[in-house]
Design a protein around this ligand. Structure first.
Ligand code: NAP
Length: 286
């Protein structure tokens, strides 16, 4: 039977207008999970800035925000570049007002054996995920602290922060860093009225996933790989994000919420035969 399906897309979870007057910046908000979360913030009244590198992605995010009834604004940024970040915050502030909620969702990931991972591959993923999260967060906090206005930061994590990620060592290590950073920043910035949390999604397939990650799951019954008996629906993640950043979660800080249908906790009574990671990756190419 598995876990029940959620209420349908568009069902109200929080009171209408929960985000009236708020400005939410979502990095990587033009695709996949980021766009789904941006949509739910917009549905609740937020103005939403979609921050990323690719103009087509940004346009797609802005269109989704506007379709949900919010005000959208696309801003170019590479989260690895502190100077670009400062300029992007200025642009958003001029267009929508000061950012009050930051969602650090941008990421890069691709499967590769650790011994074959180039320094460039390692740097590019860890810099987007860990450095980018820190640079965006510190820019946000500097502005919020100076203006005495508080705010909320939501980092998007992953459960291989705790298990390790064979074939994605760069991303897993960076997500572990993000989980740890969440705790440090929550304590440092609580006196300034800034909450910092992480939301760790399980399996949430979508059409924007890069080919390398799509093929890792090709040919499998994805629902059957999760104890819940189903993968996550994107708007479920949007609901979790909008709750965690809302005043209804005012006492939640330094927390990591897992939304994965119990997937990361499972173990088999008798573990299946171990297949070396190199063989698993070779199988994808056949
Ligand atoms: P996705 O569609 O590949 O989105 C990644 C986004 O990050 C893109 O919109 C991309 O936009 C942006 N981005 C990448 N590098 C950037 C940079 N240097 N500067 C600014 N933006 C950058 O991935 P997704 O599946 O939606 O994942 C979203 C988040 O959920 C990630 O943090 C991921 O680790 C996490 N997650 C996803 C799943 C899942 O099942 N999908 C599971 C666990 C965790 P541009 O190309 O326009 O820059």
């Amino acid at each position: 039977m598995g876990l029940p399906a959620p209420p349908s897309l568009g069902t109200a979870m929080l009171p209408a207008g929960t985000y009236d007057g708020e400005v939410v910046l979502v990095t990587g908000g033009g695709t996949g999970l980021g766009r789904a979360m941006a949509t739910e913030f917009a549905r609740l009244g937020a103005s939403v800035a979609i921050a990323s590198r690719n103009p087509e992605h940004r346009a797609s995010g802005v269109a989704a925000v506007e379709a949900a009834g919010g005000r959208g604004f696309g801003v170019e940024v590479d989260v690895r570049e502190p100077e670009e970040i400062s300029r992007a915050f200025d642009e958003v502030e001029a267009a929508l007002g000061p950012v009050t909620v930051l969602v650090n969702n941008a990421a890069g990931n691709f499967p590769v054996l650790a011994e074959k991972m180039s320094p460039n591959a390692w740097r590019s993923v860890t810099q987007i995920v860990l450095d980018g999260t820190f640079f965006m967060s510190s820019e946000f906090a500097r502005r919020a602290i100076a203006a005495h206005r508080g705010g909320v930061i939501l980092n998007i994590g992953a459960t291989y922060a705790w298990t390790g990620g064979p074939s994605t060592a760069h991303s897993a290590a960076a997500k572990a860093g993000v989980d740890n950073l969440t705790k440090s920043l929550a304590v440092e910035w609580a006196p300034h009225g800034i909450r910092v949390n992480t939301l760790a999604p399980g399996l949430f397939p979508h059409e924007d996933l890069p080919d390398a990650l799509q093929s890792a799951r090709k040919g499998t019954d994805r629902d059957a790989t999760v104890p819940a008996g189903r993968v996550g629906q994107l708007h479920e993640l949007g609901w979790a994000a909008t709750y965690m950043c809302s005043p209804f979660a005012s006492y939640m800080s330094g927390h990591t919420l897992v939304l994965d249908g119990a997937n990361w906790l499972r173990r088999s009574l008798a573990m299946p035969t171990f297949v070396p990671v190199a063989d698993q990756l070779a199988g994808l190419k056949e």
